[in-house]
Design a protein around this ligand. Structure first.
Ligand code: SF4
Length: 175
């Protein structure tokens, strides 16, 4: 079914009115290009999310890029060590505006169970995070929910940092 069937006013010589910023936001939110900063097990769930079973393409975010200059959403998926943090901040600086960040999983958001001197205890101490996806690892449905929240931020239905912060997550028990 094409747009003409969905929006009858587009058929023939039809037209509809909108605002330029809404039109741009509509395009942006349906064509997110994620950059997976995958460092550990959460990255496997990212791969599952992008694969056919969960099909992230349904939300327009299937064009995964490994160049920050071609991306607008960084998904931090996994543990980030002290030595890796400068790499992540450099990658963040290379992504053109407007850009967004998902912190995926307990390790990226809080350090998880790895409370050691080598482990960053939350990447939001160094780069701004828009959406936190809880879990160890988060299921693909949770990451998809995070992408939908990014879409809400892009089209102005939600503000940055409005969604769950690590302090609101259910604490994990160290085994
Ligand atoms: S949150 Fe869990 S699954 Fe994700 S990187 Fe950490 S230990 Fe691995």
């Amino acid at each position: 079914m094409g747009l003409e069937q969905l929006i009858p006013s587009l058929a023939g010589d039809g037209f509809f009115t909108t605002q330029v910023n809404k039109l741009i936001a509509w395009g942006r939110k349906n064509s997110i290009w994620p950059y997976p900063f995958g460092t550990a097990c959460c990255a496997i769930e990212f791969m599952a999310t992008a694969s056919s079973r969960y099909d992230l393409a349904r939300f327009g975010a299937e064009v995964v890029r490994f160049s920050p200059r071609q991306s607008d959403l960084i998904v931090v998926a996994g543990r980030v060590t002290l030595k890796m943090m400068p790499v992540l901040t450099q990658i963040y600086s290379q992504v053109a505006e407007p850009k967004w960040v998902i912190s995926m999983g307990a390790c990226a958001s809080t350090g998880g169970v790895f409370n050691t001197y080598t482990q960053i205890q939350g990447v939001d101490q160094f780069i701004p995070v828009d959406v936190y996806v809880p879990g160890c690892p988060p299921r693909p449905e949770s990451l998809i929910d995070g992408v939908l929240k990014i879409q809400q931020i892009i089209d102005g239905q939600a503000k940055r940092h409005e969604f769950t912060r690590p302090s609101e997550m259910i604490p994990m028990e160290a085994n």
